[in-house]
Design a protein around this ligand. Structure first.
Ligand SMILES: Nc1ncnc2c1ncn2[C@@H]1O[C@H](COP(=O)(O)OP(=O)(O)OP(=O)(O)O)[C@@H](O)[C@H]1O
Ligand SMILES: [Mg+2]
Length: 236
């Protein structure tokens, strides 16, 4: 199911020297089409993925720091003004569930869940589990389908084996009419079948094939040639 089908820019950019328009990919952003149940946003550190995904999440009604639409805690005012320049084109079907997860503020989301006293929806306190365990518990217990899930680096908590588990959970949720928009560095997650992958570079956002991503090529080369690469890096 596609709940957000397009992202449009609504203003011309005036301040090109200040954040977020000083990020080349954001300055060049000229709308985005979301036509698959799973869309990945990939690219190097600092390329602008979180800035973009946060602006999408705010426009979709989520708290900038993460959580469900009912979360309104704020630990710092650090979100960019990009959301003011974007308009989401939505399908006539409204999602019944939703979550915005950013790895960097997961701790604050876990605290908010306890403060709201709703940890029973999450299978208990998220603070009393490891980072990866609590993330998997969140997806397992709280993501119920018919949902819009916006995730920023969900792999950061997960072992390789549990990234595979996440792929399976994603498939179950997609089969229950969900849409995912995911910023990731994980060559495992981005292998999700029939997904769109947008590569974020100084040239803007462009669709790319899985096997053409830097992540896939570099990991593949490294695994197959790690002795050579370790030497090339001057480590042996
Ligand atoms: N609150 C902020 N104020 C000013 N500049 C910022 C702010 N947040 C991010 N930036 C800058 O914007 C650029 C893009 O940051 P962003 O967090 O969107 O990158 P990213 O692609 O998500 O990177 P990563 O893969 O490391 O998470 C970076 O160069 C960063 O320094
Ligand atoms: Mg980021």
């Amino acid at each position: 199911m596609i709940y957000i089908s397009q992202i449009k820019n609504i203003k011309s950019i005036e301040e090109r020297n200040v954040y977020p328009y000083n990020i080349p990919s954001i300055a060049k952003l000229n709308g985005l089409t979301l036509q698959k149940s799973v869309t990945f946003i990939v690219g190097d550190n600092g390329s602008g993925k979180s800035t973009l995904i946060e602006a999408i999440a705010i426009n979709a009604g989520f708290n900038p720091e993460g959580g469900t639409r009912n979360f309104n805690f704020q630990t710092k005012e650090s979100h960019s003004s990009l959301f003011n320049n974007l308009k989401l084109i939505r399908s006539p079907y409204r999602e019944k569930d939703g979550f915005f997860l950013r790895a960097e503020s997961f701790y604050n989301v876990a605290t908010a869940i306890e403060q709201y006293g709703v940890q029973y929806h999450y299978g208990g306190s998220l603070h009393e589990r490891s980072h990866g365990e609590s993330f998997l518990a969140l997806v397992k217990n709280r993501f119920s389908g018919n949902g819009l899930y916006i995730l920023d680096e969900p792999e950061s908590a997960l072992s390789v084996a549990n990234q595979l588990s996440l792929l399976v959970m994603m498939k179950e949720l997609v089969d229950k009419n969900s849409q995912f928009i995911i910023a990731t560095h994980s060559p495992i997650l981005m292998a999700y079948p029939n997904a769109d992958i947008y590569d974020v570079t100084d040239n803007g956002l462009n669709l790319i094939n899985y096997e053409d991503t830097e992540h896939y090529k570099l990991i593949k080369y490294f695994i197959n040639n790690y002795h050579i690469m370790i030497q090339e890096l001057g480590l042996s």
